[in-house]
Design a protein around this ligand. Structure first.
Ligand SMILES: N[C@@H](CCC(=O)N[C@@H](CS)C(=O)NCC(=O)O)C(=O)O
Length: 299
């Protein structure tokens, strides 16, 4: 098994005024003991980007380990023949990424780690009915993504043995999907928007950020296959523009663009917001939100 890039356990190393957990009845002030965090994923936005974004928006500095494809497959590979440990000693609870290492312990499942980041960022609603509404929207963004996966590859993404379909096949399948499947999924989202323009009440929540993130990713993919996504859905386009103008989102996007410019990755392709390697994200929220993404080196 390949090497996993662990961070040291040091629960009291970082502090931030923005770091509060506000979920339902609980209000936990984490100023004294912000968790030490690292995210482990591939080099694309995929299922990891939403958590990367919200952690930074929360004023949390973290390590971002982006595994190259071959390492990703090797490090997540189980061994069903090993009766003692069919996980093959995986550091990841379900032999999958994204995974979030919090104070040295590894956690997984996209929605679980994104919800944790949303709570840290104060983007998870306090009311349980609003939590329910926001959860269903988050899961829908996952469904949009999952529905495209089989168009592009013949198996589970990131798994050893999965191969990409030929370019022409992908192009045709994606163009067909964007006509036959996407309009319903977009319309369903539009119906859930509040008159305020947000998905939940009158303010930004993780539902807005997750829809923004999914459409941003989808738009990038669509460009590669000659399909226009966002311009065909003016209501969702307006929503995306509104989310992109929120200062903490803007700070993250600026930091990401600056990093991509610096490393010659801008306008490269759909699926890459960097390249494999170890990144350090620093985020401060006082007096204003400031986010920096630094490429530390290869892995
Ligand atoms: N249910 C998981 C699925 C995660 C998942 O499928 N991750 C892929 C990469 S995007 C992976 O780790 N593939 C390797 C494998 O399953 O062997 C989640 O929502 O996070």
């Amino acid at each position: 098994m390949s090497k996993v890039h662990f961070i040291q356990t040091n629960p009291t190393s970082t502090t931030s005024s923005a770091a509060r957990v506000n979920s339902g009845q609980q209000h936990v002030n984490l100023e004294q003991s912000l968790p030490r965090i690292a995210i482990h994923y591939g080099d694309g936005p995929g299922r990891g980007e939403i958590t990367r974004m919200m952690l930074a928006m929360a004023g949390i500095s973290y390590d971002d380990f982006r595994y190259p494809g071959n390492e990703f497959a090797a490090i997540t590979k189980p061994d069903p023949t090993n009766k003692e440990d069919p996980t093959n000693g995986s550091p990841f609870p379900f032999n999958q990424m994204p995974a979030l290492q919090v104070n040295g312990i590894m956690y997984a499942q996209t929605s679980s780690i994104a919800r944790f980041a949303a709570r840290l960022a104060n983007l998870y609603p306090a009311d349980i009915i609003m939590q329910l509404k926001s959860d269903q929207i988050f899961e829908h963004t996952g469904d949009i993504q999952y529905s495209t996966t089989p168009l592009f590859m013949d198996g589970v993404p990131g798994r050893a043995g999965t191969t990409m379909r030929p370019k022409e096949e992908r192009e045709k399948a994606f163009q067909q999907w964007s006509v036959e499947k996407l309009p319903v999924m977009m319309s369903q989202l539009e119906h859930l928007l509040e008159p305020s323009g947000f998905f939940i009440g009158n303010s930004l929540s993780w539902a807005d950020v997750s829809v923004f993130n999914r459409l941003e990713n989808l738009n990038g993919v669509a460009k590669v296959y000659g399909v226009e996504v966002l311009n065909s859905y003016p209501i969702m386009k307006k929503h995306s523009e509104m989310v992109a103008s929120i200062p903490s989102v803007k700070a993250y996007l600026n930091a990401r663009n600056a990093m991509m410019e610096k490393h010659g990755m801008s306008n490269k392709s759909s699926g890459t917001y960097g390249k494999p390697g170890h990144y350090k994200i620093t985020s401060t929220t006082s007096p204003n939100i400031h986010i920096n993404i630094e490429y530390v080196g290869g892995m």
